[in-house]
Design a protein around this ligand. Structure first.
Ligand code: ARG
Length: 256
């Protein structure tokens, strides 16, 4: 009798181990990965603190929250801004989270989520420059911008301007500090953040924010299922207060 009892107990223990083992495996297999592409010289939306490999910023917090909401593990990859859409189309990443403005031209190439942030372009010049007050004043002048951005598009629309498109915004800003260009055209919240972080010692903005642009998360064209899932997650984050919480972290007050 005693022997049978011991045997039964041993069998039960073995079965319990087996079940636990299976459960563990299942959980691992179910961990789906969302491969996110970004270009991290765009604070406060995406950036890496000096000496850190971590991705910080509004977009980074937002995409991690979206991924979590969808049940994905989020992996962020760093690439050139002009490499993001080709990487989507090549299937190397699943989503672009890079302060990417929704434009008609890009809509031909990718599918955008619902807009998640309203932005616009602005002109930055050196503090000692009193000649440039508007886009018109940039005619024939030297303008720096980031390659592949709407800022580059705007710079190239200026008659006679000599446009230099840099891989990173860091280089564009540095070129202005060095007086290698007369102006930078970039997104207004990014310029505002740069100035607030000490850029205002040498630089300032001029004129008004140019027409509004909306940021969207981008997926490969035709990946409607993923786009719909992302929109659902975004809507949920807006409803449950998570979006507002992230917004407050990076911009202070919640814009209504
Ligand atoms: N909003 C602008 C655009 O879509 C600039 C985005 C730059 N983003 C970045 N992560 N560097 O062209």
């Amino acid at each position: 009798m005693k022997r049978i009892l011991i045997m039964i107990m041993a069998l039960m223990a073995a079965a319990a181990l087996l079940v636990a083992g299976c459960g563990g495996d299942k959980k691992e297999a179910a961990e789906k990965v969302l491969r996110v592409g970004t270009e991290p010289t765009f604070a406060p939306f995406e950036f890496q603190k000096e000496g850190s490999k971590e991705y910080d910023g509004f977009d980074m917090d937002l995409i991690r929250a979206v991924g979590k909401q969808m049940g994905y593990k989020v992996e962020i990859q760093n690439m050139g801004f002009d490499a993001l859409i080709p990487a989507l189309n090549a299937g190397n990443i699943d989503v672009v989270a890079a302060g990417m403005s929704i434009t008609d031209e890009r809509k031909q190439a990718v599918t955008f989520s619902e807009p998640y942030y309203t932005s616009g372009l602005i002109i930055m010049v050196n503090k000692d420059n009193n000649d440039i007050k508007s886009l018109k004043d940039l005619e024939g002048k030297r303008i720096a911008c980031q390659i592949g951005t709407t800022g580059e598009g705007k710079a190239r629309s200026v008659a006679g301007a000599k446009v230099t498109a840099f891989n990173t915004n860091t280089e564009a800003a540095m070129e202005l500090t060095n007086h290698g260009v007369d102006a930078v055209i970039n997104d207004s919240p990014v310029v505002g953040y740069y100035l607030a972080q000490g850029g205002n010692k040498t630089a300032k903005t001029v004129g008004e924010v140019m027409e509004a642009e909306q940021y969207g998360l981008a997926v490969k064209k035709g990946n409607d299922k993923l786009a719909a899932d992302i929109n659902k997650a975004l809507a949920e984050l807006k409803k449950n207060g998570e979006y507002d919480k992230i917004y407050k972290t990076w911009f202070g007050e919640v814009k209504k």
